[in-house]
Design a protein around this ligand. Structure first.
Ligand code: NI
Length: 210
């Protein structure tokens, strides 16, 4: 199969983004507008780097959940934290708006929020947070070790930042929305430059083609 140049370019950008982690992802809420939201791969391997995998976490009702609980369902996955003042709520709202644009097709998608701040994000806080976005949104937290593992699996960058004059701390973290297939494979990903229309269009196209 011949790969169109644009697809190779996209794969290269994604590979650089993933492999070049520190430089690319160390910015708070990646806000580059270069679109790498095109479909990157039909498998979970992007240029040899696997994204996704097994996890065991705690949902907003305090129950243990693993990746296997989501088998058979498409998922839109976002990593963030409930104290985030701006970007995380914006990105989750975009996810939900995209699902609304998709109509009945969105019934096959589970919206998923995973915290990168388990120290503060208790199941109770996560529950309140996800319920404010979508009645079916699943919110996951866990021990620091469990969160570190799932972050590693999804190549998500996150670190605490002390802000002068601010009580507590802020979090720097990468901001991608992962679209995963029913088997847990990465199908594509979106960044802060993707609009709800972009997400709805690409997700619909991928689901129609499968
Ligand atoms: Ni955030």
């Amino acid at each position: 199969m011949k790969m169109p140049v644009i697809k190779i370019a996209v794969l290269t950008v994604v590979a650089l983004a993933v492999l070049g982690g520190v430089v690319w992802l160390a910015e708070s809420h990646i806000s580059r507008t270069a679109s790498i939201g095109s479909q990157v791969s039909s498998s979970q391997t992007v240029a040899g780097v696997q994204i996704g995998g097994d996890f065991t976490l705690i949902n907003q009702d305090g129950e243990e959940m693993t990746d296997r609980d989501f088998l058979g369902s498409y998922r839109l996955v976002y990593f963030g934290f409930t104290y985030c003042p701006m970007i995380c709520p914006t990105e989750l709202q975009k996810m939900v708006t995209a699902m609304e644009l998709m109509g009945g097709k969105a019934d096959n998608i589970t919206p998923l929020f995973i915290t990168i701040d388990p120290e503060r994000d208790t199941p109770e806080l996560v529950k309140e947070f996800v319920e404010s976005f979508h009645p079916r949104m699943v919110g996951l937290t866990g021990t620091q070790e469990q969160i570190d593992e799932v972050r590693d699996a999804y190549r998500v960058y996150a670190s605490k930042v002390q802000v002068a004059g601010m009580e507590g701390y802020d979090m720097n973290h990468s901001s991608y929305t992962f679209f995963m297939g029913p088997d847990g494979d990465l199908l594509t990903l979106f960044n802060t430059g993707s609009t709800p229309q972009d997400i709805a269009r690409e997700v619909t196209a991928i689901m129609d083609a499968s």
